[in-house]
Write a protein that binds this ligand. Sequence first.
Ligand SMILES: NC(=O)c1ccc[n+]([C@@H]2O[C@H](COP(=O)([O-])OP(=O)(O)OC[C@H]3O[C@@H](n4cnc5c(N)ncnc54)[C@H](OP(=O)(O)O)[C@@H]3O)[C@@H](O)[C@H]2O)c1
Length: 277
Amino acid sequence: MVNVDDGVPAQRWEGGTGWPGVRDKRILVTGGSRGLGEQIVRLLLAEGAHTGTCARTAPGIEALDVSLTDRERTRLFAEALDVTEPGRLEGFVTGAARRFGGLDGVVACVGGSRGGGFEHADAGDWAATWEVNVGHTTRLVRAALPHLRAAGGGSVVIISSVSGWKPGPHAQYGTAKSAQIHLAASLARELGPDGIRVNAVSPGSMLIPGRRWARMRTETPEAYAAFTGAELPGGAPVEPQEVARAVVFLLSDWSSGISGANLPVDRAQNAPTPYGY
Ligand SMILES: NC(=O)c1ccc[n+]([C@@H]2O[C@H](COP(=O)([O-])OP(=O)(O)OC[C@H]3O[C@@H](n4cnc5c(N)ncnc54)[C@H](OP(=O)(O)O)[C@@H]3O)[C@@H](O)[C@H]2O)c1
């Protein structure tokens, strides 16, 4: 079996369907210049999807762009913007839909936490953390809705976290991530009649260069060893590429029966143990 437009042999599966079934789909991923979002964007482009993404800083977008093959670059739509700025995200969705001639899916991947522990996080930290996780997700889905409906349906993936299930410090983050899981199930029921599937993916702790766990591994190796020993049955965190594969599966028609789910991709980090949760 050969993909018609590039001559590259596709993986053969029983029945002749190419995995993972996102070729020519039109997908938006917020926060695709680094970390998990970057891996989702790269996998989508490699699999032949038309892919739109955004990040606040232009150099990150440019670095992604120059690292792509010519064929991948023609399928990329990328803009520098802050998803929390009123109107910018909506403009990005409209621009991408115009460029691609419609949309088949969106991934709300931007997320994060502001402020410290409970006594050190003020109301502004709670509001900012809510907005970057839940607020941007709701505005992304609302902006994409007319395009998904026009396509006869689509797939929405919301990137939550193991922190959305598993209690821990920085409650403003866990609360927002928990709300994203609830949002996926609620929207799955509300938008299901339009053929729109909505799922959450909850990654475990990932080693993203420069981010929390990667910094901890370098700066405080004892604390990192204690963390992985207590939290990760396999001793190693999940890779962002592994999470990206789960996300792309949920964007594909291969997951057509799955909606309203929360899919943990965390090597059992979320599982309670005899010693505690
Ligand atoms: N890292 C983990 O261990 C972990 C674990 C579980 C869940 N998660 C979740 O997974 C998702 C991705 O996390 P990550 O660690 O891969 O993130 P990351 O490394 O911080 O990357 C975030 C990406 O989003 C962009 N971005 C950040 N804020 C933005 C904003 N306001 N507007 C537009 N773009 C923005 C960044 O580019 P710019 O900086 O240029 O804007 C970058 O491209 C998040 O929802 C996070 O909560 C992460």
